[in-house]
Design a binder for this molecule. Structure first.
Ligand code: AHM
Ligand code: MG
Length: 345
């Protein structure tokens, strides 16, 4: 719970909260505080552009593709530039890996010595929703580097999720929210546009043990394994149980956020066309896995925790099952039963 020892008024802004929490880390020098604030400022700038996206000529495609062959939207590129600039200028991160950049960027042109962190980021998640006024988001991971007397190297980004120092996301929804963890619970801040500050609105978020929602692109279902098909059948109450409600926005951040608050499961499994699923380990799955675990939930590839993966490459994909622990466990049980039918429930 947020300690009100310093604050006498009702609202607690993001910088105030982070500064207060810094005291929980005895040797903290304030670098992480600075970094999270830098991300918060960039998020406000992106939020401002997202809010006026229909009014100015910023919607639509750039005519370029990112490393994964996906068409880049103008807002994708704008968000990418804003976050990279904020991290470069902030003086705390020595490098960034972005979904929109083929290679990681090492801030060699700056005074980089003593910058202890690298950031992996999906600057604007949910690209297919950008032009149609549906919620989109930003997802970020923060890792400490082993030796801050140098700039970023590939190995700094290829750390398992268990090594994360902090992770979070921003959702540009009916309001703009920033949700993050530094490994001591999960807190959410809503942007109050009248004062231009993220204010603490969701203190110590806990995900319900189970929940009413399942989120999957069901168009892919016949390309999924039998275990996944059985699990979705179970979600629909085909075994005589209570049916869950299907909810799929197609923006991971928005689907995840709803399930975090209300309870549910999001899954993007392996399919015959995408044997490793679609989502990226470093800047989509790992940060949300850290958050969900901190909130009492689970994140798995169907067999083992996402956070245990040793990443091999920047844009590595991994199947994702994330959300309320009982629902994720049920999905894993169905996958196990596919491999060993004697376990079929
Ligand atoms: P993006 O980062 O290019 O937007 O891709 C990730 C998105 C997720 O936000 C979303 O859950 C998923 O892709 C939707 O994929 P699909 O259209 O295959 O269901
Ligand atoms: Mg994404």
């Amino acid at each position: 719970m947020f300690s009100p020892r310093l604050f006498k008024r009702d609202i607690v802004t993001l910088p105030e909260f982070i500064l207060d929490r810094q005291k929980d880390f005895p040797y903290a020098k304030g670098d992480l505080t600075t970094l999270l604030n830098d991300i918060g400022v960039a998020a406000k700038i992106v939020s401002r552009e997202v809010r006026k996206a229909g009014l100015v000529n910023i919607l639509g495609e750039m005519g370029t593709e990112n490393v994964q062959g996906e068409r880049q939207k103008k807002l994708d590129v704008f968000a990418d530039q804003q976050f990279i600039a904020a991290l470069r200028q902030g003086g705390v991160a020595c490098g960034v890996a972005s979904e929109e950049q083929d290679e990681f960027i090492a801030f060699e042109d700056q005074l980089y010595v003593g910058r202890p962190y690298v950031v992996a980021i999906d600057p604007l998640d949910g690209s297919s929703n950008i032009d149609v006024n549906v919620s989109i988001g930003t997802i970020f991971s923060i890792y400490r580097i082993t030796d801050s007397n140098r700039t970023a190297r590939l190995e700094d980004f290829l750390q398992p999720g268990r090594e994360l120092v902090a992770a979070g996301y921003v959702i540009y929804g009916s309001s703009t929210m920033l949700v993050f963890t530094t490994g001591r619970g999960v807190n959410g801040f809503t942007l109050d546009p009248s004062i231009g500050e993220f204010c603490l609105s969701h203190d110590n978020i806990r995900i319900p043990e189970t929940g009413p929602y399942y989120s999957i692109n069901e168009g892919n279902l016949r390309d999924c394994g039998q275990g996944i098909q059985d699990f979705i059948g179970w979600c629909k109450g085909e075994d005589g149980g209570t049916a869950l409600s299907g909810r799929y926005i197609g923006s991971l951040v928005a689907d995840f956020h709803r399930n975090l608050i209300k309870g549910g499961i999001y899954l993007y499994p392996a399919t015959t066309k995408a044997p490793l699923g679609k989502l990226r380990l470093l800047y989509e799955c790992n940060p949300l896995a850290f958050i969900v675990e901190q909130a009492g939930g689970m994140a798995s590839d169907g067999h083992r925790p996402i956070m245990d993966y040793q990443p091999r490459e920047l844009h590595q994909r991994v199947p994702l099952f994330i959300g309320s622990p009982r629902l994720v466990q049920k999905a894993m049980d169905c996958i196990l039963a596919e491999a060993d039918p004697t376990l079929k429930l």
